[in-house]
Structure formats: structure tokens, C-alpha cells
Design a protein around this ligand. Structure first.
Ligand code: SF4
Length: 202
């Protein structure tokens, strides 16, 4: 375990809805790191796509009252005192999925192949999703209120985006949007090349 001195004991990953472009690279990076496969379905961070331009990613929030742990009839979940991460004892989990139902954030995934649930464990403090996100949208936070702040900022972006779309229907501002999109695509391509290059070595 890497040293986490001078950092809050408990912290979890937050994805800025203002920056996220819904590219799925975090999902690919997670599945490659944790399951040795490039398959978003196997990821512990998931993108929620809302029309027309809202992209959110969700992962474990490490709730204070841990409803997932309380819901598990097999005592297969516990919270790391060191990192605050909710950890799974796969051999105890029988796949009843009660913890999934207890999670308000949709952050727990049932892995059908392994017949166990999987939850973000923060990659020992160096999450691959955070490292690979082309928009630097993923970061550690310590409080739920930090997430609320990102939503407030994002709501302004969504208003701006609505105005942009209205302008586009009048044939205005299209060149600017395309130029910005091109830059985003270049950053995404760079990360995809890195990820798929890694997969080939396996
Ligand atoms: S990699 Fe970053 S920008 Fe892409 S979907 Fe994940 S959080 Fe959003």
C-alpha cells in the first residue's frame, strides 16, 4: 500500500459533469486494470448518459452509513480503515445483489462471470480512470458537498450549451464548436492509443 500521509483518511472519486465528455475511457481503463480486459461492462466506474449533452460518471461514494455493508446478509463487504474504500470478500458474496439495491448511486456492479459484486477500491490511491481521463474530469474529494459544487458549475455549462445549440440552428458558431470538438477528439484518441497499446502487450 502506498503512503497516504497528509491526506484525508477517507476520500472518493468525483467526476466533474462540467468536464466529462462521456468518452468511456475511464471505463476502459478500469476494466483493463481490474479485469484485464477492455470492456466497459466490467468497469467499476460507469458513465450515465443523459440527453442531449449531459454525461455523468459514477463510482463508489463511500457513504458514512454504508448502506451496502448493512444490506449484505453474508457480511461480504467491509470498509477499509485506511482508505475508506468498500472492499468485497468475493468468496463470501453469493450474488444476491441486495447491496446493489441499497446503493443510491448505482455504484456497485454485479459481475455475472465471477458471481460476485465489484466496487471501486481506488487502485491503492492511484486510480487508472483518473490517470487516463483525457479531460482531467476525475479527482479525489473528501465531502459530498464537493460533488454538489461540481454540479452547480456544470449547470452553467449546460445553459451555455443550450444557447450554443440554438445558435447552431441559426447557422451560427458552428466553426467554434467543431474546433473545440476536434481538440477533445485528439485528446481522446491519444488516450485510446495508449490503452489499446497496453492491451496488446497482454
Ligand atoms: S474518461 Fe473522463 S471525460 Fe471520458 S467519460 Fe470518463 S470521466 Fe468522462
Amino acid at each position: 500500500m502506498k503512503s497516504q500521509q497528509n491526506e484525508p483518511t477517507k476520500r472518493f472519486l468525483s467526476v466533474s459533469p462540467e468536464k466529462c465528455v462521456g468518452c468511456s475511457i475511464c471505463e476502459f481503463a478500469c476494466s483493463l486494470e481490474k479485469e484485464d480486459t477492455l470492456n466497459p461492462i466490467k468497469s467499476r466506474i460507469r458513465i450515465i448518459r443523459g440527453p442531449p449533452f449531459i454525461h455523468l460518471a459514477t463510482t463508489c461514494r463511500q457513504c458514512e452509513d454504508t448502506p451496502c455493508i448493512r444490506a449484505c446478509p453474508k457480511e461480504a463487504l467491509y470498509q477499509s480503515e485506511e482508505s475508506g474504500a468498500i472492499l468485497v470478500e468475493a468468496e463470501k458474496c453469493d450474488g444476491c445483489n441486495w447491496c446493489l439495491e441499497a446503493c443510491a448511486y448505482g455504484a456497485i456492479r454485479y459481475d455475472k462471470d465471477a458471481d460476485t459484486v465489484v466496487i471501486c477500491d481506488l487502485c491503492e490511491g492511484e486510480p487508472k480512470c483518473k490517470e487516463m481521463c483525457p479531460e482531467e474530469a476525475i479527482d479525489f474529494v473528501a465531502e459530498e458537498s464537493d460533488i454538489v459544487k461540481t454540479w452547480v458549475t456544470a449547470s452553467k455549462k449546460w445553459i451555455d450549451a443550450s444557447e450554443m445549440l440554438i445558435k447552431m440552428t441559426r447557422g451560427e458558431g458552428t466553426a467554434d464548436i467543431l474546433a473545440e470538438s476536434k481538440e477533445i477528439m485528439e485528446r481522446i484518441d491519444e488516450k485510446y492509443l495508449k490503452l489499446f497499446g497496453k492491451e496488446k502487450k497482454h
